[in-house]
Design a protein around this ligand. Sequence first.
Ligand code: SF4
Length: 282
Amino acid sequence: MTGSTFLAPVCKMKNFNNLFIELTAKNCNQRCKHCYIDFPLNKNVKDFISIDLIKNALNQTKNEHIQCIYLTGAEPMTHPDFNSILRLCLKRTNVCIFTNGTFINEKKARFLKRVQDESSNEIIFKLSIDHFDEIKNDEIRNRGAYRIVLNAIKSLAKYQFNPILCITNYYNEPKELLLNEFKNICKKQGFDAQDCNITINQINGKAQDIKNDRIENLDCEFGRCLTAKGIYTCPFLANDHRGRCGSEFSDFSRHNTLETSFCSNCIKNKKPYFGIDFELFT
Ligand code: SF4
């Protein structure tokens, strides 16, 4: 065996606190340059997960201490049964929606507030936006994406939601600059954002960079991702054989190998990319 052989570290799940549910693998109205999803040319793919699969997963995980269910995609709000799935998940615990904001306007925010009020749990929004400059943002996301998110922030703030902005630092800007600029933008939309409302993630890790870095705060340490095809370590590796953990929650693996460029990003970030640190909000 040569000295250049790469031995990927193994991660053991510590607690099952986060259940990610991929509502659709490929259906999204945007095509962001840095998105980890390999999109087909056709935007109208109907690959939605069934409610029965979700009910089954909730039942099989009933003894796990799940603090939050995360509805992910591609764009989860394109699911035709989105409202029913949201209500179903809210019966169990808090629900976080990962969205590009397209489907959130004032009317929708008012409706979602009513749905939340009917439950004893909370709805949290993670909104994707990547730069404080409209042109730079729309250059890597989509024309109009910037204004869509600003409108979503304004609408959610009006109904007392506390959204989190998810920034992929595509342009490698200084963290302080991003924090200040995004706080100013939020203020103009009537939302008083704190540091905890703004998450900044770096990209461009390489698998070969995973060497002796300390492994801490990875999404795969605290949860698993359900897709229409089975159980995976995290949303990054959803439907990827390298992240496969099993077909059902009645029997799934709590160990995984950190061997992808996504893992390298996670290890460098030293905080979960998808999961919420609720302690920051108390
Ligand atoms: S991409 Fe991140 S969360 Fe997913 S398996 Fe790798 S280290 Fe874990």
